[in-house]
Design a protein around this ligand. Structure first.
Ligand code: NCD
Ligand code: ZN
Length: 344
């Protein structure tokens, strides 16, 4: 008999749906499994107001398959021009759930991001006051800092000070990639959380660079050395409620990945839950999967845990070589690989 695993419906606390026709692929891929998702605002132009967030949310909801109950949790993109008034408006809205800090130039579509995080302290003050969570892409962008050191430098230069100045602000250190980031979260109280992606749990920089450049494993923050991966693996299965699921599923068309200057981002939405299950099984920690996927994030965000379930089957699944969306080809992360779990 096939082994099955039934868990409370999970949520994806960090992903990129993009916009336009591709929503017909990305939204169902997530909504089939995840009950809620925090939707990143790095469109072009970025989602900087409640009105833009509401319009984007409507387009997402149109792409939810009939009969599926799915809730997109919208975010605002912080810029140098965001005001405390924008935060009050976000807090008063029914739809905007959090704000995202992208240091300018740190990643895909971050040109309008914040040039100096210390310059937006009045906005962070307002976020603390209105209890709006701050989601952080934690990398500095200065050319003098090595790309592998950018996460640690962000902690030292900015995040430690933000944490101290705004002790009641809920901060999520998104897609953490280093032991330094894990240690930062561990050193603080329950107002600090972190998401961890499947690629940062299952891969390290060897998977990016050994034997040839692997553009489909290229994401930001970039994969780090094995010692960092080991620390992430350890905290993810530790049962610590400050660490939770965020796929950072971030599709880019095949031609934009397989090119001289490839885009950063891994498209993982379709296989995300089986991928996490595969990792937890590797760690002999399947009993900790549900906390990471379905409880810790909901508790951190003070949302109810889901009351329905999803079931995984221990049957092999081979990840598609290619997915067509909006007339373009996309190569999923881990394309062609066979993993031991699938959705039942
Ligand atoms: C994301 C994207 O493509 O939007 N890319 C990535 O490598 N993760 C942006 C981000 O989350 O940094
Ligand atoms: Zn992201």
């Amino acid at each position: 008999m096939t082994q099955t695993l039934t868990i409370t419906r999970p949520d994806d606390w960090h992903l990129h749906f993009r916009d336009g026709d591709i929503l017909g692929e990305t939204v169902p891929a997530t909504a089939r499994v995840f009950g809620r998702a925090i939707v990143m605002p790095n469109l072009t132009p970025p989602v900087t107001s409640v009105a833009l967030a509401n319009d984007y949310r409507d387009r997402i909801l149109k792409a939810v398959p009939a009969g599926v109950d799915f809730q997109p949790l919208m975010t605002l993109y912080l810029t140098d021009n965001t005001t405390a008034g924008d935060i009050a408006a976000a807090a008063a809205s029914e739809t905007v759930f959090a704000c995202k800090l992208y240091p300018a130039g740190a990643t895909t579509n971050s040109d309008n991001g914040v040039t100096d995080p210390t310059g937006i302290y009045p906005v962070l003050e307002a976020m603390q006051e209105h209890d709006v969570p701050l989601l952080v892409h934690g990398e500095v962008t200065s050319a003098d800092i090595d790309i592998f050191d950018r996460e640690k430098a962000f902690i030292d230069r900015y995040l430690a000070d933000i944490r101290t100045r705004f002790p009641a602000l809920r901060i999520v250190f998104e897609h953490i990639t280093t032991a330094d980031a894990a240690d930062f979260v561990l050193a603080h109280d329950s107002h600090t959380g972190a998401t961890i992606t499947p690629q940062h749990l299952m891969m390290n920089r060897n998977d990016l660079l050994v034997g040839g450049i692997r553009p489909h494993n290229y994401c930001l923050p970039v994969l780090k050395r094995r010692e960092h991966q080991q620390k992430l693996r350890q905290v993810a299965v530790s049962g610590d409620p400050r660490f939770f699921l965020g796929t950072d599923s971030a599709p880019h068309a095949q031609g934009k990945k397989e090119t001289a200057c490839g885009c950063a981002g891994c498209y993982s939405a379709r296989a995300a839950l089986p991928l996490y299950a595969t990792f937890f099984e590797e760690m002999d920690a399947l009993d900790k999967l549900e906390g990471f996927t379905s409880f810790h994030g909901a508790d951190f965000y003070r949302l109810p845990r889901h009351t329905d379930t999803v079931t995984l089957a221990r049957e092999t699944m081979t990840i598609e070589q290619q997915v067509m969306a909006g007339g373009e080809a996309f190569v999923p992360w881990m394309a062609g690989e066979t993993i031991p779990w699938r959705l039942a």
